[in-house]
Design a protein around this ligand. Sequence first.
Ligand code: MG
Ligand code: MG
Length: 260
Amino acid sequence: MGFRSAPQLKSTAEISKLREANLIVAEVLTEVGTMVAPGVSTWDLELRAREILKERDAKSAFMGYAPGGGVPPFPAVLCTSKNEVIVHGIPSKDEVLVEGDILSVDFGCFKHGWCGDSARTFAVGEISDEAARLMAATEEGLAKAIEQMVVGNRLGDVSNAVQQHVEALGFSVVRQFVGHGIGKAMHEPPQVPNYGRPGRGLRLNRGLVVAIEPMVNVGSPDVEILDDGWTAVTRDRSLSAHFEHSVAVTDAGPLWLSKP
Ligand code: MG
Ligand code: MG
């Protein structure tokens, strides 16, 4: 099924299962977030996430994920993306956090065959004003996009909400990576860009479930992939933040599936 085919709408029962998977995701992100501090390695976070997966009898959506094209399977359950790393950073014992870093943590899992996916960016101790503004802008942009997830709106309204918010604050949105539909697979149609024109694109119907995930840079939106085939950094090495929520369109409005 390609990204261009029509999205599969989910029933209320299916959305409940997606909520269950996303609650595990939220638990992992909250727990890992409490550990983020100077002196902690991203591998320490990886090990804790693995423990929770086991306790909850859930399966990683990232470990072994292979996009093809000669890229090796992803070797971890977390993506840990520090400072200029946008997304898809690989946890490592050698990567020890220091005061002033920002760390984006992305986590996805399957429970009863349904997928949850969410990401948050954490401050390591005291951070610069610029880093704090970047993180706030990204999280607010995501919230504004989620507000647009109502029946009758179009996908362009969701995408545009992120772009408007973060660009007005002087930051840029990454275009090379986008959000996605989510269900029994982690990546389903439609693609959800973090830029676009209001009133355009797919009409939003009840049962649409997507992961919206703005990646926002202090400098240019350009991306470079490192030699490991995964780690995506800002080409100008400026700071980048990433927040993601899985969200359902319901008759009662947007349902944040990955909120704790
Ligand atoms: Mg994710
Ligand atoms: Mg995602």
